[in-house]
Design a protein around this ligand. Structure first.
Ligand code: SF4
Length: 212
């Protein structure tokens, strides 16, 4: 088996052969969520900027192991500036708690950061304008696992037309990160008989996080 060298082992070896110091070029700084938020706050890349009260950037642990992606903010999210508040947010929090995480442990974001009028689905040009922010958030957080909530988030993030009824519960890959689609909590509030499928999907998330 190959043994991984620690920094201490390398330093001890270098000292042993008479090298006390080596110059190491500074590591390229990783963009932070704050850097991205500073841009998003004043973003006018698409028409949704005109109807927003607040940008809904995302919430949670900036080093989360688990990242949830929804569709876009609704009225209450727009008012509070936070994703997944209200009844759907409470249901999502319940599912998160059930697999042993607090809501603060994970990160929750959306495909678009500004509220589409009348709770309509984001238009492709709006999602295309906003998706680079989400991709940068993913690079900043580096989650171990991503879970998309609902068909719209799945289709825009993976660029496909799959139906969520067929796609849910089947692992995908997003730039090397395992991604699991499941239903949107708002859909489950209207279709309670489907909740057992979401619970099964959350069990898959928990299992993946346990086994790596
Ligand atoms: S939805 Fe995204 S791209 Fe459009 S204005 Fe808001 S932050 Fe910018």
């Amino acid at each position: 088996m190959t043994k991984r060298l620690t920094r201490h082992m390398v330093a001890a070896y270098l000292q042993e052969i008479g090298i006390d110091y080596i110059l190491v070029p500074p590591r390229a700084e990783r963009e932070t969520l704050e850097d991205i938020l500073a841009e998003v706050r004043t973003c006018r890349r698409c028409a949704l900027c005109s109807g927003r009260s607040n940008v809904v950037f995302g919430v949670g642990n900036p080093r989360a192991r688990l990242l949830f992606v929804g569709e876009g903010p609704g009225v209450e999210e727009d008012r509070q500036g936070e994703p997944f508040v209200g009844a759907a947010g409470k249901r999502l929090t319940r599912w998160i708690n059930r697999i042993g995480f607090a809501r603060e442990d994970v990160y929750i974001a959306n495909i678009v950061k500004c509220r589409p009028p009348d709770n309509r689905t984001p238009q492709p040009e709006e999602a295309t304008a906003c998706l680079p922010y989400l991709r940068r958030q993913i690079r900043a957080i580096r989650p171990e696992v991503i879970c998309t909530l609902g068909g719209v988030a799945l289709n825009f993030l993976l660029g496909n037309n799959e139906r969520i009824t067929r796609a849910r519960g089947r692992w995908r890959d997003l730039d090397g990160i395992p991604l699991l689609p499941t239903y949107h909590p708002a859909y489950i509030l209207r279709n309670a008989t489907k909740e057992h499928e979401v619970l099964a999907d959350f069990d898959l998330l928990a299992e993946r996080l346990r086994t790596g």
